[in-house]
Design a protein around this ligand. Sequence first.
Ligand SMILES: [Zn+2]
Length: 294
Amino acid sequence: MREDRSDSSCPLCEKKNVKRKFKMPQYSIFYCLTCKVEFNANFPPKNSAKESFSEEYYLELQKEAFSDQMENHMLDPSIEFYQKRLRQVEGLAEGRRLLDVGAGFGTFLRTAYDAGWDVEGVEISPFGSEFIRNKYGFNIYTESLTSLKLEDNSYDVISFWDSIEHMDLPGRQLIKAYQLLKKDGILILTSDNYKSLMSFLGRLSYSLSFGKLTYPVERFFIPYNKTYFNHDNMRDLLQKIGYEIILFEKMQYPVSKLKLGHFEKPVLKILYGIESFLNIQSQFTYIARKKIES
Ligand SMILES: [Zn+2]
Protein backbone atom coordinates (compact mmCIF):
# COMPACT_ATOMS: atom_id res chain seq x y z
CA MET A 1 0.00 0.00 0.00
CA ARG A 2 1.30 3.45 -0.87
CA GLU A 3 1.86 5.75 2.05
CA ASP A 4 -0.26 8.89 1.88
CA ARG A 5 1.86 11.86 2.82
CA SER A 6 -0.58 14.57 1.85
CA ASP A 7 -0.93 17.44 4.32
CA SER A 8 -2.87 20.42 3.10
CA SER A 9 -2.46 22.55 6.23
CA CYS A 10 -0.44 25.73 5.69
CA PRO A 11 3.19 25.42 6.89
CA LEU A 12 3.06 28.96 8.32
CA CYS A 13 -0.31 29.38 10.09
CA GLU A 14 -0.91 25.58 10.28
CA LYS A 15 -4.58 26.09 9.33
CA LYS A 16 -6.58 24.72 6.41
CA ASN A 17 -7.84 27.94 4.85
CA VAL A 18 -6.21 26.76 1.61
CA LYS A 19 -7.02 25.97 -2.01
CA ARG A 20 -5.29 23.69 -4.50
CA LYS A 21 -3.36 25.55 -7.22
CA PHE A 22 -1.42 22.94 -9.22
CA LYS A 23 -1.97 19.21 -9.43
CA MET A 24 1.08 17.34 -10.67
CA PRO A 25 1.36 13.57 -11.10
CA GLN A 26 3.39 13.16 -7.87
CA TYR A 27 2.41 16.16 -5.74
CA SER A 28 0.00 19.04 -5.34
CA ILE A 29 0.67 22.68 -4.61
CA PHE A 30 -1.76 24.57 -2.40
CA TYR A 31 -2.14 28.26 -1.57
CA CYS A 32 -2.92 29.61 1.90
CA LEU A 33 -5.50 32.37 1.64
CA THR A 34 -4.42 33.78 5.02
CA CYS A 35 -0.61 33.78 4.64
CA LYS A 36 -0.61 34.18 0.84
CA VAL A 37 2.00 31.47 0.51
CA GLU A 38 2.17 28.42 -1.77
CA PHE A 39 3.25 25.04 -0.42
CA ASN A 40 3.77 21.40 -1.32
CA ALA A 41 1.09 19.22 0.27
CA ASN A 42 3.09 16.02 -0.42
CA PHE A 43 6.38 16.87 1.27
CA PRO A 44 8.73 15.09 1.69
CA PRO A 45 8.45 13.58 -1.79
CA LYS A 46 7.45 9.94 -2.20
CA ASN A 47 10.26 7.66 -3.32
CA SER A 48 12.72 9.65 -1.27
CA ALA A 49 14.30 7.83 1.61
CA LYS A 50 12.93 8.19 5.13
CA GLU A 51 15.16 11.19 5.54
CA SER A 52 14.71 13.52 2.58
CA PHE A 53 18.29 14.67 2.70
CA SER A 54 19.98 11.31 2.56
CA GLU A 55 23.25 10.28 0.98
CA GLU A 56 21.30 9.61 -2.24
CA TYR A 57 19.93 13.18 -2.24
CA TYR A 58 23.41 14.68 -2.09
CA LEU A 59 25.37 12.25 -4.25
CA GLU A 60 22.83 11.50 -6.99
CA LEU A 61 19.74 13.68 -7.05
CA GLN A 62 21.55 16.95 -6.34
CA LYS A 63 25.01 15.94 -7.53
CA GLU A 64 25.54 19.15 -9.51
CA ALA A 65 24.97 21.28 -6.43
CA PHE A 66 27.22 19.37 -4.07
CA SER A 67 29.93 17.27 -5.74
CA ASP A 68 32.48 20.05 -6.35
CA GLN A 69 32.24 21.50 -2.86
CA MET A 70 32.76 18.07 -1.32
CA GLU A 71 36.17 17.97 -2.98
CA ASN A 72 37.17 21.55 -2.31
CA HIS A 73 34.86 24.17 -0.82
CA MET A 74 36.48 26.90 -2.96
CA LEU A 75 35.04 25.23 -6.10
CA ASP A 76 31.48 25.99 -4.98
CA PRO A 77 30.14 28.76 -7.27
CA SER A 78 28.21 30.18 -4.29
CA ILE A 79 31.49 31.16 -2.56
CA GLU A 80 31.33 34.69 -3.93
CA PHE A 81 27.82 35.18 -2.47
CA TYR A 82 28.98 33.80 0.87
CA GLN A 83 31.98 36.12 1.03
CA LYS A 84 29.90 39.10 -0.04
CA ARG A 85 27.27 38.50 2.66
CA LEU A 86 29.94 38.02 5.33
CA ARG A 87 31.48 41.36 4.38
CA GLN A 88 28.02 42.96 4.57
CA VAL A 89 27.31 41.68 8.09
CA GLU A 90 30.82 42.17 9.48
CA GLY A 91 30.20 45.73 10.60
CA LEU A 92 26.65 45.00 11.76
CA ALA A 93 27.31 42.20 14.22
CA GLU A 94 28.99 42.94 17.55
CA GLY A 95 30.59 39.56 18.14
CA ARG A 96 31.69 36.72 15.90
CA ARG A 97 29.44 33.79 16.92
CA LEU A 98 27.65 32.33 13.87
CA LEU A 99 25.14 29.49 13.46
CA ASP A 100 24.29 28.17 9.98
CA VAL A 101 20.95 26.33 9.72
CA GLY A 102 20.82 23.68 7.00
CA ALA A 103 24.59 23.59 6.75
CA GLY A 104 24.71 20.99 3.92
CA PHE A 105 28.38 20.16 3.42
CA GLY A 106 29.65 23.09 5.46
CA THR A 107 30.93 25.27 2.63
CA PHE A 108 29.44 28.44 4.10
CA LEU A 109 30.68 27.51 7.58
CA ARG A 110 34.20 26.99 6.24
CA THR A 111 34.06 30.31 4.38
CA ALA A 112 32.92 32.08 7.56
CA TYR A 113 35.58 30.30 9.62
CA ASP A 114 38.26 31.47 7.18
CA ALA A 115 36.93 35.02 7.61
CA GLY A 116 37.40 34.83 11.39
CA TRP A 117 33.96 33.72 12.58
CA ASP A 118 33.39 31.26 15.42
CA VAL A 119 31.07 28.77 13.65
CA GLU A 120 28.50 26.09 14.48
CA GLY A 121 25.91 24.41 12.27
CA VAL A 122 22.54 22.69 12.29
CA GLU A 123 22.03 19.92 9.73
CA ILE A 124 19.28 17.28 10.01
CA SER A 125 21.03 14.98 7.55
CA PRO A 126 23.33 12.57 9.44
CA PHE A 127 25.31 12.18 6.21
CA GLY A 128 25.90 15.93 5.81
CA SER A 129 26.65 16.42 9.52
CA GLU A 130 29.23 13.64 9.59
CA PHE A 131 30.88 15.03 6.49
CA ILE A 132 31.32 18.46 8.11
CA ARG A 133 32.60 17.02 11.40
CA ASN A 134 35.12 14.80 9.64
CA LYS A 135 36.32 17.34 7.11
CA TYR A 136 36.35 20.53 9.19
CA GLY A 137 35.88 19.51 12.82
CA PHE A 138 33.06 22.03 13.38
CA ASN A 139 30.33 21.56 15.97
CA ILE A 140 27.19 20.36 14.13
CA TYR A 141 23.77 19.62 15.67
CA THR A 142 22.01 16.80 13.81
CA GLU A 143 18.44 17.77 14.62
CA SER A 144 15.87 20.39 13.82
CA LEU A 145 16.67 23.89 15.05
CA THR A 146 13.34 24.06 16.89
CA SER A 147 14.12 21.01 19.02
CA LEU A 148 17.60 22.17 20.06
CA LYS A 149 18.24 23.22 23.64
CA LEU A 150 20.53 26.18 23.00
CA GLU A 151 20.82 29.31 25.08
CA ASP A 152 18.64 32.22 23.99
CA ASN A 153 20.28 35.54 23.04
CA SER A 154 23.61 33.89 22.30
CA TYR A 155 24.40 34.20 18.56
CA ASP A 156 25.57 37.25 16.62
CA VAL A 157 24.58 35.85 13.20
CA ILE A 158 22.22 33.05 12.14
CA SER A 159 22.07 32.07 8.47
CA PHE A 160 19.65 30.06 6.32
CA TRP A 161 21.17 29.45 2.88
CA ASP A 162 18.60 27.86 0.56
CA SER A 163 17.31 25.84 3.48
CA ILE A 164 14.13 27.49 4.85
CA GLU A 165 12.10 26.30 1.82
CA HIS A 166 12.92 22.66 2.69
CA MET A 167 11.71 22.85 6.30
CA ASP A 168 8.35 21.59 7.52
CA LEU A 169 7.32 24.57 9.66
CA PRO A 170 9.47 27.48 8.47
CA GLY A 171 7.78 30.14 10.62
CA ARG A 172 8.69 28.26 13.80
CA GLN A 173 12.31 27.97 12.62
CA LEU A 174 12.57 31.73 12.10
CA ILE A 175 10.99 32.43 15.50
CA LYS A 176 13.52 30.10 17.14
CA ALA A 177 16.36 31.85 15.29
CA TYR A 178 15.01 35.17 16.60
CA GLN A 179 15.13 33.84 20.17
CA LEU A 180 18.68 32.53 19.75
CA LEU A 181 20.01 35.79 18.33
CA LYS A 182 21.47 38.39 20.65
CA LYS A 183 19.79 41.78 20.73
CA ASP A 184 20.63 43.43 17.36
CA GLY A 185 21.81 40.02 16.10
CA ILE A 186 21.72 39.46 12.35
CA LEU A 187 19.77 36.99 10.21
CA ILE A 188 20.97 36.11 6.68
CA LEU A 189 18.33 34.31 4.62
CA THR A 190 18.32 33.20 0.99
CA SER A 191 15.48 31.34 -0.72
CA ASP A 192 13.82 30.74 -4.09
CA ASN A 193 11.59 33.54 -5.32
CA TYR A 194 8.22 32.46 -6.71
CA LYS A 195 7.55 35.95 -8.04
CA SER A 196 9.99 35.50 -10.89
CA LEU A 197 10.02 34.91 -14.62
CA MET A 198 10.55 31.14 -14.10
CA SER A 199 7.51 30.76 -11.88
CA PHE A 200 5.46 32.99 -14.19
CA LEU A 201 6.28 30.70 -17.15
CA GLY A 202 5.33 27.64 -15.11
CA ARG A 203 2.02 29.18 -14.05
CA LEU A 204 1.26 30.35 -17.58
CA SER A 205 1.90 26.99 -19.25
CA TYR A 206 -0.18 25.25 -16.59
CA SER A 207 -3.18 27.53 -17.01
CA LEU A 208 -3.03 27.71 -20.83
CA SER A 209 -2.97 23.90 -20.99
CA PHE A 210 -5.79 23.57 -18.36
CA GLY A 211 -3.40 21.78 -16.03
CA LYS A 212 -2.16 19.24 -18.58
CA LEU A 213 1.32 20.68 -19.07
CA THR A 214 2.89 20.27 -15.65
CA TYR A 215 6.58 19.99 -16.61
CA PRO A 216 7.47 23.71 -16.35
CA VAL A 217 5.80 23.90 -12.91
CA GLU A 218 7.65 20.77 -11.74
CA ARG A 219 11.00 22.15 -12.92
CA PHE A 220 10.76 25.25 -10.77
CA PHE A 221 8.28 24.35 -8.00
CA ILE A 222 10.53 21.42 -7.12
CA PRO A 223 9.19 18.55 -4.96
CA TYR A 224 12.05 19.00 -2.45
CA ASN A 225 10.61 22.34 -1.32
CA LYS A 226 7.90 22.50 1.32
CA THR A 227 7.17 26.23 0.97
CA TYR A 228 7.38 28.30 -2.21
CA PHE A 229 8.07 31.77 -0.82
CA ASN A 230 8.33 35.03 -2.68
CA HIS A 231 10.12 38.19 -1.63
CA ASP A 232 6.86 39.79 -0.44
CA ASN A 233 5.48 37.06 1.81
CA MET A 234 8.98 36.42 3.26
CA ARG A 235 9.34 40.12 4.12
CA ASP A 236 5.91 40.05 5.81
CA LEU A 237 6.82 36.92 7.77
CA LEU A 238 10.15 38.34 8.99
CA GLN A 239 8.57 41.64 10.03
CA LYS A 240 5.72 39.87 11.82
CA ILE A 241 8.25 37.91 13.90
CA GLY A 242 10.04 41.15 14.82
CA TYR A 243 12.97 41.31 12.43
CA GLU A 244 13.92 44.65 10.93
CA ILE A 245 14.95 44.33 7.26
CA ILE A 246 18.36 45.87 6.62
CA LEU A 247 19.06 44.63 3.11
CA PHE A 248 17.04 43.00 0.34
CA GLU A 249 18.52 41.77 -2.93
CA LYS A 250 17.33 39.54 -5.74
CA MET A 251 19.76 37.09 -7.30
CA GLN A 252 19.98 33.80 -9.20
CA TYR A 253 21.03 30.29 -8.28
CA PRO A 254 24.28 29.37 -10.09
CA VAL A 255 23.48 27.53 -13.36
CA SER A 256 26.32 25.07 -12.76
CA LYS A 257 24.67 23.85 -9.53
CA LEU A 258 21.51 22.68 -11.34
CA LYS A 259 20.82 19.34 -12.97
CA LEU A 260 19.98 20.41 -16.55
CA GLY A 261 19.53 18.71 -19.92
CA HIS A 262 21.69 19.55 -22.92
CA PHE A 263 19.30 22.19 -24.25
CA GLU A 264 18.08 23.43 -20.90
CA LYS A 265 21.34 25.11 -19.91
CA PRO A 266 21.43 27.71 -22.75
CA VAL A 267 17.67 28.29 -22.37
CA LEU A 268 18.10 28.93 -18.65
CA LYS A 269 20.94 31.37 -19.30
CA ILE A 270 18.68 33.35 -21.65
CA LEU A 271 15.85 33.30 -19.09
CA TYR A 272 18.25 34.50 -16.38
CA GLY A 273 19.24 37.38 -18.67
CA ILE A 274 15.58 38.37 -19.11
CA GLU A 275 14.92 37.99 -15.38
CA SER A 276 17.83 40.30 -14.55
CA PHE A 277 16.71 42.86 -17.14
CA LEU A 278 13.18 42.89 -15.70
CA ASN A 279 14.38 42.64 -12.06
CA ILE A 280 12.29 39.51 -11.39
CA GLN A 281 15.10 37.11 -10.46
CA SER A 282 14.38 33.67 -9.08
CA GLN A 283 16.13 33.98 -5.70
CA PHE A 284 16.23 36.59 -2.95
CA THR A 285 18.34 37.42 0.08
CA TYR A 286 17.27 39.25 3.22
CA ILE A 287 19.61 40.52 5.88
CA ALA A 288 17.60 41.46 8.94
CA ARG A 289 18.20 42.51 12.54
CA LYS A 290 16.59 41.26 15.74
CA LYS A 291 14.78 44.35 16.88
CA ILE A 292 13.48 44.52 20.42
CA GLU A 293 10.63 46.95 21.04
CA SER A 294 11.50 49.26 23.93
ZN1 LIG B 1 -1.29 30.10 6.29
